[in-house]
Design a binder for this molecule. Sequence first.
Ligand SMILES: Cc1ncc(COP(=O)(O)OP(=O)(O)O)c(N)n1
Ligand SMILES: Cc1ncsc1CCOP(=O)(O)O
Ligand SMILES: [Mg+2]
Length: 349
Amino acid sequence: MTTAIYRILDASFNRIGEGFRTLEDYARFALNDALLAESAKGLRHDLATAASQLPRRELLAARDTPGDVGTDLQTSGEQTRAAPASVAVAAATRCQQALRSAEEYAKCISPNVAVQLEKIRYQTYTLAAAIETLPDRCNRLADRNLYALINGADGKDSFLKNLRSLAEGGVDIFQLRDKQLSDRELFEYGSAAMTALRQMPGQRPLLIINDRADIAIACQADGVHVGQDELPLASVRKMMPPASLIGVSTHSYAQAETAVLGGADYIGCGPTFPSQTKTFDEFPGLDFLKQIAASISLPAFAIGGINQENLNQVLQTGIRRIAVTAALQSAAAPQQAAAALKQSLSKAQ
Ligand SMILES: Cc1ncc(COP(=O)(O)OP(=O)(O)O)c(N)n1
Ligand SMILES: Cc1ncsc1CCOP(=O)(O)O
Ligand SMILES: [Mg+2]
């Protein structure tokens, strides 16, 4: 019986390793996403570490490919795949199934290895979901690059006038960010903004609510933006209607990785420069933006003190999206300032 167990484990380890390699290739060459490719590679290494705790001689001795009664068993679905995305989904499914099988049989000879395989299996569920959903997440914001954080300090009429004017200037995502308004006011401003946006022709700008999933739901906004101190992404996702957008603030590569794997629809990255809107002690700055641009294909908005004067420095990092407050709010002519930012962003695309 021990030979049978090693034979199953040997076959499973091969299947899992091949599955991770297939996922890595898809993330690297089809999605152009270094973070997800690295994540698949990391799991392949974790698998090798777990397997190395079993005697390799026994695993190889149990291998008997010519005597395998299953090599001819194939379903017709295995012969064709509609697209690379289907190859990746099938690879992820095979990995998960083989991990489960390996985990169960490993329990007979090494409970410790079984625990490690279980951990890899859970991480595979997360990675598979992130890989499968990435194209959709990217497409939803594909041509949106100018994001304005607006407040209601001057009253609702002025807020709506500003919203319409900035939309004319080319803002394609708004965030209602106001830490002074009451819950009732946030709801009223958000609802009024949604009514105004729905009346706009063509691809209307989106409305995201800062910090508060409950307010976003109540005013039927397009989504919510949460920082590192708000509710975690997974909890917010459970609360929001299925098509809602969820953005996450990130200040380090590790935070960005967690957001991408956790299913965020976009990330805010910063602060880049000192800001008139919010005070910061630390600035991940342009180096952080470079890191993000090199590794992450999820829409990423640089934020913090960005204006027409320093925009080129941001664009030189490879980042193509920005989120701003003061560059519009403090401008003599906000609509023209938005149009100028939009033009610079469009030129860089
Ligand atoms: C697009 C975008 N990026 C980052 C932030 C900052 O969010 P957070 O860190 O939660 O800070 P507050 O905005 O809540 O003060 C953001 N709002 N939008
Ligand atoms: C909320 C927030 N988080 C990081 S920077 C920032 C403020 C963005 O406004 P500004 O463009 O005026 O710096
Ligand atoms: Mg916040």
